[in-house]
Design a protein. Sequence first.
Length: 195
Amino acid sequence: MTLNTELSLEWILSAIGFTLAFLIGLWQYIRAQQQEKVGLLLPLIGEFESDEELQAACHLFDYDAGTFTLKGKEYQFRNDDLLKAMEVVEWDQEWPPLQEAMREVLDRYFDFFGKLASFLDIRLLRFEELKYFYYYLELLAGIEGYKGKGFEAALTQYLEAYRFRGCRRCLDDYRRLPRSEREELQLTGGDGSRL
């Protein structure tokens, strides 16, 4: 009994054709998936950059003092004002206008990161595809070092008490990244020395 090991030319060409068709189809599928992700990410980035409340919150976390504008009104703030605005209270109280405005933009900001977490949950995006937002996540993840004592506890309590679990998840995912993949912020003092 002998096995016939000769392959016909027709069979070889069919196998090569099938393999090429499969690889081209796979390449087109991967390319279409990437285009869909770009189509999802670009509006998110556009919303983040153009939304007045989100930009005000970015300003609050990025600077130790300054001004932000909300609904045509300009507010001046310092870090201690932000810390007061992040205070968790059992019953909603009458907030001074500055803290009320700050709480409004903080809620919008944390909701936005919750939206990003929902896209991660349903696997429309992978966390690594959110690199545009790493800078802002770094500001939150290292808030104690960037803003001062008491901010980390205040942020944790605020996110937990007001159920911003999506934002919390984004922060946890960001903290799990290797140090080499995180956004390294260079803080300098007024004399140019590195802090």
